[in-house]
Design a protein around this ligand. Sequence first.
Ligand code: 13P
Length: 252
Amino acid sequence: MRNNVVAGNWKMNKNLSEAVALISDIKNGINNLEVKTEAIICPPFVVLETAATLLKESNVKLGAQNMHFEESGAFTGEVSASMLKSVGCEYVILGHSERRAIFNETNDVINKKNKQALKSDLKPIFCVGETLEERENGTMKSVLEVQITEGLANITEDELSKIIVAYEPVWAIGTGKTATPDQAQEVHYFIRSLIANLYTQNAAEKLIIQYGGSVKPNNAAELISQPDIDGALVGGACLQADSFLEIIKAGG
Ligand code: 13P
């Protein structure tokens, strides 16, 4: 009943001409793939408008990597949800572990961002994940529970249906260390059960939960074929069209 969704988080990579080349390659390559998997690219802000133009008449969707939680105003250097919407974004990555760790984003800030995105008709790709220390000291599940409960505070079941959750164990991001399919499946099942408790069984069954953290063409199929894994949020491997397309193909 759930469709797989593969999103590419470009992070702070690619200037305008490099981005145009990569998007063109992805767009051309995806036409040859007969897949049901939905593909999303999330390039840097400055490339979004061009990306939206290039992706017209393609089924690749567009997302941003961050936004501010206020509607507008004196927030020098920030970008709002409605601005993202106005240049053609459908999605926005929120709560990425790099935003949490490097830019001190708290669960409360991420909750405000989730709410503002929904208000502006943008779909959040809401990221959660534990550090290696939290996994090893046995607090992983409680950390995830707090991230999810606080990140989704005051969000209705109807709004939840527009959110994708991305489980990205911090220790697997950019390290080449992937969670094994069993490890990832266990956490995805845990997250889905938590959503069933917070909302309903129906909401939990409909929720798309992506896995992220060193997803590559050689491990994507096995991860995505797990019952509670509905696609991937890809970093490094989305920066080349070939490897990104291979991962989309692995989604079926
Ligand atoms: P890598 O695929 O490079 O590990 O990055 C994952 C990630 O952070 C996607 O948001």
